[in-house]
Write a protein that binds this ligand. Structure first.
Ligand code: TMP
Length: 208
């Protein structure tokens, strides 16, 4: 079986990770790398439906229900998109993933972090990224960048989002072999250059 490379971009609100992720995929493709972009939640019919419930609806949801829905969508994303692409030897770039559940529903939402981490990993059969770029930005600064109307998660209090950021940094400290923290307050082009350098180094290492 050919082996691809699975990498994720994650981070608090307003870190610019979605734009950065798309640029990264474009750059990989221009260099002849077979790369696929997916987003979590999304990129499958179920994922898009769950995304609407989780982000666009006014339905009040407790953190446990949120976690169940995010994880359920991820199970489908792994089966339908991620594993097949990795089997074809492709590089998969995923916008958010398991770390987001631990940061948002665990550290910020109050679910027990070790328990949630275990549940989330088991649900996806241990399909974890080889490499994660964590785009870090202070909470207020991230929110100042949001130009569009806020979704359900973004409407949560600033204190919630401060816990999200601290959660991400705690996850990164625990897993320095997988997670690289990138300063997302820098100008976008500079951030993109750093991401490319990190990914290029990683690709060279993996392909050796
Ligand atoms: P975004 O990726 O477009 O920013 O939207 C995803 C939103 O959902 C964002 O506010 C983070 C939140 N989220 C969770 O709360 N838990 C999760 O597991 C994931 C993947 C996202």
């Amino acid at each position: 079986m050919r082996r691809g490379l699975f990498l994720t971009l994650d981070g608090p609100e307003g870190s610019g990770k979605s734009t950065q992720a798309r640029r990264l995929v474009g750059w990989l493709r221009r260099h002849g790398v077979s790369a696929e972009f997916v987003r979590d939640p999304g990129s499958t019919a179920l994922g898009r439906a769950l995304r609407r419930v989780l982000l666009a609806s006014r339905e009040p949801l407790d953190p446990l229900t949120e976690a169940a829905l995010f994880i359920g969508g991820r199970v489908r994303l792994v089966e339908e998109r991620i594993v097949p692409a990795l089997r074809r030897g492709r590089v998969v770039v995923c916008d958010r993933y398991h770390d987001a559940t631990v940061a948002y529903q665990g550290y910020a939402g109050g679910l027990d972090v070790p328990w949630l981490d275990r549940w989330g990993r088991e649900a996806i059969g241990g399909v974890m990224p080889a490499f994660t770029l964590l785009l870090d930005i202070p909470t207020r600064q991230g929110f100042a960048r949001l130009r569009r109307a806020r979704d359900r998660m973004e409407r949560k209090r600033l204190a919630f989002h401060r816990r999200v950021r601290a959660g991400y940094l705690a996850i990164a400290r625990r897993d320095p072999g997988r997670i690289v923290v990138v300063d997302a307050t820098r100008p976008a082009d500079q951030v993109q250059r750093r991401l490319r350098a990190k990914v290029a180094a990683r690709l060279l290492r993996e392909r050796r």
